[in-house]
Design a protein around this ligand. Structure first.
Ligand code: NAP
Length: 334
């Protein structure tokens, strides 16, 4: 099987790239994954994607995007890409033993997965008071009391977004200092609506059909992790205090994990595993803004974007990668 464009991933980034490339007259395959559709398949109401005045359920939005791509002639394989060979062209993607697909270009749009706390009660209440996206869900907590878990830039950003609409927000952080940038910390400390519980971990989320509170474990600061030893688990001894905190919402902001394992050693990744987008080289803007280190392989969406992480920005990046792939293919002809 041979294609002009192989898109790995079927979230808003991958499907938008597919729509652009098929409309440009190319033969396009989306390797969608066994669990196709990306993170929106795990959400409920989406109210910040333009074009849906009454909101839309995440899975319905993805179904519509896929339908649009299929109607235009994009082919889909609902399997995971297990291996990619970008050493020479045409590029090769393998979806299982003996299943090799060739592509003149590849767009990587495999997304990222939210890191969750993995504590009792969490899984059942995601979407029922537990969220990982303040810009998406803050509005639902207007006038309520919420917590944010984490101590990085994402946690600060989520907290500041929430503070605009909620009654109060408490940051629960497992150490005695944040790892977030100073400027973000300063903004958080300057906001009277925000308080911080240091050396504290959420050990359970409480509630049956919706979040009603959390169980917390507070450690004396000598037990808390040091900045240089973040892999060391807390020692458990008698200096811990357990408590319950009534709360309406829990925002988990402990990081994301880009879905990039299969590209290790093949495509340049940063130290957190995000695909590096080579927008500039030696101080000059590159022609293709979605370039990876491999000529003809492009990237779009949360697998490279640790910052915005929105469906609409992923779709925007998908459009950029689609247009770049199109121009790159045209250039190969001439
Ligand atoms: P991060 O920097 O890795 O921070 C994750 C935070 O969550 C850390 O404070 C960590 O605690 C905590 N954490 C991790 N696992 C935990 C667990 N199981 N239980 C409780 N707490 C846990 O992730 P991020 O904040 O998502 O940021 C990722 C990257 O994007 C960073 O480079 C960041 O600077 C960047 N970013 C930038 C902006 C911006 O510039 N506006 C916005 C967002 C993100 P420890 O500190 O104890 O390890």
């Amino acid at each position: 099987m041979s294609y002009d464009v192989i898109i790995i991933g079927s979230g808003p980034a991958g499907l938008t790239a597919a729509i652009y490339n098929i409309r440009a007259g190319f033969k396009v395959l989306v390797i969608a994954g066994y669990a196709w559709g990306g993170q929106l398949m795990l959400t409920t109401e989406v109210e910040n994607y333009p074009g849906f005045p009454d909101g839309i359920l995440g899975p319905d939005l993805m179904q519509k995007m896929r339908q649009q791509a299929e109607n235009l002639g994009v082919e889909f394989i609902d399997k995971d890409a297990v291996e990619i060979d970008v050493n020479k062209r045409p590029f090769k993607v393998y979806t299982g033993l003996n299943t090799q697909i060739e592509g003149r270009t590849v767009i990587i749009a495999t997304g990222a997965a939210t890191k969750w706390l993995d504590v009792p009660g969490e899984k059942e209440l995601i979407g029922k008071g537990i969220s990982s996206c303040a810009p998406c869900d803050a509005f639902f907590f207007k006038g309520k009391n919420v917590i944010v878990v984490g101590g990085g830039d994402s946690a600060m950003e989520e907290t500041l977004v929430l503070a605009r609409v909620v009654n109060s927000v408490a940051i629960i952080h497992r150490r005695h200092e944040f790892r977030a940038s100073q400027i973000m910390q300063d903004r958080v400390f300057a906001n009277a609506k925000i308080k911080v519980l240091w050396n504290t971990m959420v050990t359970e989320v409480l509630g049956k059909d919706k979040v009603t509170g959390v169980r917390l474990r507070n450690y004396s600061s000598s037990e808390a992790r040091s900045q240089n030893d973040s892999s060391r688990p807390f020692a458990s001894n008698n200096n811990t205090k357990e408590s319950e905190m009534p709360i309406d919402g829990v925002f988990v902001a402990i990081g994301h994990k880009p879905n990039s394992e299969k590209f290790i050693g093949r495509i340049d990744l940063d130290d957190k595993g995000y695909v590096i987008r080579h927008e500039q080289y030696e101080g000059k803007l590159l022609k293709y803004w979605s370039s990876t280190n491999v000529d003809g392989v492009f990237v779009a969406g949360d697998v490279h974007d640790y910052r915005y992480k929105q469906a609409v920005t992923a779709a925007g990046f998908g459009c950029i990668a689609g247009l770049d792939a199109e121009k790159w293919l045209d250039e190969q002809k001439g």
